[in-house]
Design a protein around this ligand. Structure first.
Ligand code: NDP
Length: 288
């Protein structure tokens, strides 16, 4: 039997609608328009597309959006000075530095991201927000991609409590926060990575399997427990116009109980959750 398809389009439009209503209510109650600043350094074509999408979505939701383009030659000092300026602006509630940074400053990424005030860190990458997520504090910014996955599982009524969740990938952006979020919802969590022994057997025991590896079709149908929920975070370009996930979708769909497609899955949730984080940031700043 074919799995239920968890459509990113459907859930993302629901999450964006929630954000739109919240933005409206902030305007009505406090005359505040949430503001999001996105800094892009250099001219990476994929980054430009992502930033344009973010800008367009902000306009759709009712969030003020400012895109700051800085040249490829920007130094760490110049970039941090720009972040400081935005940290001090009352009309900007969220700040995002589009990654990847140009090679010359890429190794300074941690220092650069740490310059964003935690309360404006809509990506949720600042150590203060990471620590708050880890310790279950509510007033934190949660990284958009795993947050979107969790919200989708909840909206789709997938049982998380007591389920065995296996996450393949341990990045700071996806794997680790995903594990923490599922743990916070009482899943029993296993995190796998490139040194994991018996990966296939571990995956086969998952009620919820999250793939965040970055390798096309890495998770094959024989690694999936019949009826399991499969969340494919991977985005892999295998030809100029062909994107695939980390899961061999065509075969996995015959085994899984529910599955996200690529494209049209998790990728759409990420931007919707960015909108929600911008609203959360505005609310936290209002409450201060
Ligand atoms: P990273 O490259 O940072 O992490 C990949 C993880 O996969 C690492 O933990 C690595 O293990 C693990 N891995 C690699 N090879 C294997 C293997 N053979 N067996 C088991 N584990 C392995 O990637 P990200 O987390 O940033 O991204 C993962 C994917 O998700 C990418 O395709 C990316 O494009 C996509 N992505 C999608 C987003 C969206 O909006 N949909 C947002 C962010 C990412 P180790 O730590 O040991 O090296």
């Amino acid at each position: 039997m074919s799995a239920q398809i968890l459509s990113g389009k459907v859930f993302a439009s629901q999450f964006k609608e929630e954000a739109k209503q919240e933005a409206l209510s902030l305007k009505e109650k406090y005359n505040v328009t949430p503001g999001l600043a996105v800094i892009i350094v250099g001219s990476n074509p994929a980054s430009k597309v992502y930033v344009a999408n973010k800008h367009r979505t902000c306009e759709e939701i009712g969030i003020y959006s400012e895109v700051i383009e800085m040249p490829e030659t920007t130094t760490k000092k110049e970039l941090i000075a720009k972040i400081d300026e935005l940290n001090n602006r009352q009309d900007i509630h969220g700040i995002l530095v589009q990654l990847p940074l140009p090679e010359a400053i890429a190794k300074e990424e941690a220092d650069i991201l740490n310059a964003i005030m935690p309360i404006k860190d809509v990506d949720g990458f600042h150590p203060v927000n990471v620590g708050k997520l880890m310790t279950g504090q509510k007033d934190c910014m949660i990284p958009c991609t795993p947050h979107g996955c969790l919200k989708m599982l909840q909206a789709a009524n997938i049982n998380i409590d007591g389920a065995h969740a296996v996450i393949v990938g341990r990045s700071n952006i996806v794997g680790k926060p995903m594990a923490q979020l599922l743990l916070s919802q009482n899943a029993t969590v296993t995190i796998c990575h490139s040194h994991t022994h018996n990966l296939k057997e571990i995956c086969q025991s998952a009620d919820i399997l999250v793939a965040a590896v970055g390798r096309p079709h890495f998770i094959t149908a024989d690694m999936i427990k019949p009826g399991a929920t499969v969340i494919d975070v991977g985005i892999n370009r295998i030809a100029p116009k062909k994107l695939v996930g980390d899961v061999d979708f065509d075969n996995a769909v015959e085994v899984a109980g529910a599955i996200t497609p690529v494209p049209g899955g998790v990728g759409l949730l990420t931007i919707a959750m960015l909108m929600q984080n911008a609203i959360t940031a505005a609310k936290l700043q209002l409450a201060k």
